[in-house]
Ligand binder design. Structure first.
Ligand code: PLP
Length: 385
């Protein structure tokens, strides 16, 4: 007896588990493994945010339940952040909801708007949670290929008519994990026009909103009329190095946000108040504190991209996120390349196929290590290539 539902049994084995097993074996043998697989910042949470948390932790009033949709302080901070950063107005009461990390909101959004059996349009390659959320909600996911040739944007007009009819949600994500691609407002305009024409709401995952190197990443809500069909997810995890804190938000269309709050108020009671209040502080503080982090990622990105060039792998320097996405050498699949790099160099990279079939032929590295470690990783790669 396994006491496990068919739905859970139908989840394919975790693609990282074999890599993790091999990594553990090598580490046990005393090999110094460089793990460029995980997307968890190595940089610290800025101290003023930590200080604010400690201060709020000393107030017993903060140990009570939060209101279901999150405390007013946090939602107001999100609203003024959008005003300052993007010139977008949001009603903190109806157009902003606190999330326990954006992953939670992404997973709960699917059953909020999609009926069982209907489609969720998912970029391929992409963050695995979109697809898994569709599976867990008894919906179907449909891959929208994003490839180098189309600048990692889905070709929406090419979607088959029956899929357009049965689709009840589309996910987009720029700056993109894993491809590091950026989008401009004209792409978002097209996507919104498409969504309106076919009555498909759009959820834009903006987890890397503050990590861009040349031009600031636009919010999809900057498109006029976007709120009719659009929500946007934000997270403090990557911008402020707060992955373990579990704090994020969803903004935009108030009907969708209201429906999501119905699911959430029946399954959770929002985030711990001191964390929300420290999160509010993070969004309201002088954002130039982030420039230093972005500068660090940019330096690392240049180091790694140059390293790849020296190995004969040419990639355009990405415009944002903290990933580099590159083609694996000929004669390898994503999987065989990742395996060989781990076994022969002790370097963990993520095979592109882990993000969907259209990621085959590519690999992703996270720039969550020092320039010196990245240089060493490149030197080790040179041995295999
Ligand atoms: C890291 C990440 C998230 C999750 O962020 P949390 O707010 O920590 O849950 C969501 N989307 C993408 C694309 C990510 O890379």
């Amino acid at each position: 007896m396994t006491f496990t539902s068919q739905k859970i049994k139908n989840i394919p084995p975790y693609i990282f588990s074999e890599i993790n097993k091999k990594k553990a074996e090598l580490t046990q043998k005393g090999i110094d493994v460089i793990d460029l697989g995980i997307g968890d910042p190595d940089l610290p949470t800025p101290q003023p945010i930590v200080d604010k948390l400690v201060k709020e932790m000393k107030n017993q009033q903060n140990f009570k339940y939060s209101t279901y949709s999150g405390c007013a302080e946090f939602r107001e901070a999100v609203s003024s952040f959008y005003q300052k950063q993007y010139g977008v107005q949001l009603d903190p009461k109806t157009e902003v909801l606190t999330l326990i990390g954006s992953k939670e909101g992404i997973a709960n959004l699917v059953p909020t708007v999609v009926n069982p059996g209907n489609y969720v349009l998912v970029p391929d390659p992409s963050y695995g949670v979109y697809r898994m959320a569709a599976h867990l909600a008894d919906s179907k996911s449909y891959s929208m290929p994003i490839t180098e040739e189309n600048d990692y944007k889905p070709d929406l007009e090419q979607l088959p008519d029956n899929i357009k009819k049965q689709a009840e949600l589309m996910f987009l994500n720029y700056p993109s994990n894993p491809t590091a691609a950026m989008a401009d407002l004209s792409f978002f305009q097209q996507a919104i026009a498409f969504g309106k024409k076919h009555k498909i709401p759009i959820a834009h995952d903006f987890a890397y909103n503050m990590i861009s190197f040349n031009n600031p990443a636009p919010s999809i809500l900057q498109v006029e009329g976007s709120k009719d069909i659009t929500v946007e997810f934000g997270s403090l995890s990557k911008s402020y190095n707060m992955t373990g804190w579990r704090i994020g938000y969803i903004v935009g269309n108030k009907n969708i946000i209201h429906s999501l709050s119905v699911i959430k108020s029946n399954t959770d009671t929002s985030q711990f108040l001191p964390i929300q209040k420290a999160g509010a502080y993070a969004l309201e503080m002088d954002q130039s504190i982030l420039d230093k982090n972005v500068g660090i990622y940019q330096k690392r990105m240049k180091t790694f991209v140059q390293g790849l060039h020296s190995l004969g792998i040419n990639v355009k320097p990405p415009g944002g996120s903290f990933f580099v996405w590159f083609p694996v050498p000929e004669d390898y699949t994503s999987g065989t390349f990742a395996n060989e790099v781990l076994e022969k160099c002790g370097v963990v990279i993520t095979p592109g196929s882990a993000f969907g079939p259209y990621g085959e032929g590519y690999a992703r590295v996270s720039l969550t290590h020092s320039v010196e470690r990245l240089e060493e990783a490149v030197q080790r790669l040179a041995k295999v290539l």
